[in-house]
Design a protein around this ligand. Structure first.
Ligand code: PEP
Length: 263
């Protein structure tokens, strides 16, 4: 059986003081379970602080993005070696907000060219993370326009194939994918539980086709998009959903604890 995984994506929120308060409050109510892994993904500058706060707990640490080079003249970038050094176990890759795909349309369209990811850049990031034994959490998902055009399944399949093809099954073993419909991220619109389950099933079958049975059976596939304490349980009941990637609700210790409990 696959252990569930709940990852909190803090996005560009929280100072060191805020991060400390959130972790301390969460740890006050968190009751670890052997079959539920919990990861927190703070902003880069809080990684070290959070690492020290969770060091005697089962909580795991994740980055929100990475650059693929190990070191060099890449101003502003963070390498897999740096993430490994700070003790990151996981790293989000290809989040829709990093791809410039926003469900709520909160970014000036003129700024969208500043958010660029390609299949190649994501592939390089994943390879570089695997080299450092950091588990990538690859995000995929369709926009509302793509869903309305009946292209949701094809878009998700294409994102997975475009990014992961060429990676050996041995490299992909243990990889995490997060199905996050762009229109549900930060918008309060939740994907129906059955539909989330169906899409996660497509993710798993695509992975099976691209690699092998072992990789597909053991891969953890998360749902993300406006998960809250009151909708998480139904989503986690779906056979192909192995947990959640949680944005907004992970910034509230009580809500995050309830979502973990639902898993
Ligand atoms: C996310 O950031 O991956 C996410 C799912 O955000 P939210 O839960 O706020 O929709």
């Amino acid at each position: 059986m696959r252990a569930k995984l709940i990852a909190g994506n803090w996005k560009m929120h929280l100072t060191l003081a805020g991060a400390t308060a959130l972790v301390e409050e969460f740890l006050g109510s968190y009751r670890p379970k052997p079959d539920v892994d919990v990861v927190v993904c703070p902003g880069f500058v809080a990684l070290s602080k959070v690492r020290s706060l969770i060091k005697d707990t089962p909580l795991k640490l994740g980055g929100q993005d990475v650059f693929w080079e190990e070191e060099g003249a890449f101003t502003g970038k963070v390498s897999p070696a740096m993430l490994a050094d700070v003790g990151a176990d996981y790293c989000i890759v290809g989040h829709s907000e990093a791809r410039g795909r926003f469900g709520g349309g909160q970014v000036d369209p003129n700024l969208l060219p500043f958010f660029v990811e390609t299949h190649e850049s994501l592939h390089q990031k994943i390879e570089a993370l695997l080299y450092r034994a950091i588990t990538p959490i690859l995000c995929i998902g369709e926009t509302l326009a793509e869903r309305d055009a009946g292209r949701a399944d094809a878009v998700v399949e294409q994102q997975i194939r475009g990014t992961l093809q060429g990676l050996e099954p041995s490299a992909l073993f243990g990889v995490v994918l997060a199905y996050e419909p762009v229109w549900a991220i930060g918008t309060g619109k939740v994907c129906e539980a059955e539909e989330a389950g169906r899409m996660c099933g497509i993710v798993r079958e695509t992975l099976r086709d691209l690699s092998d049975d072992d990789v597909a059976t053991t891969a953890r596939i998360l749902y993300g998009g406006s998960l809250k304490p009151d909708n998480a349980y139904a989503v986690f009941q779906q056979p192909d959903v192995d947990g959640g990637l949680v944005g907004g609700a992970s910034l509230n210790a009580a809500s995050f604890a309830q979502i973990v409990h639902a898993a």
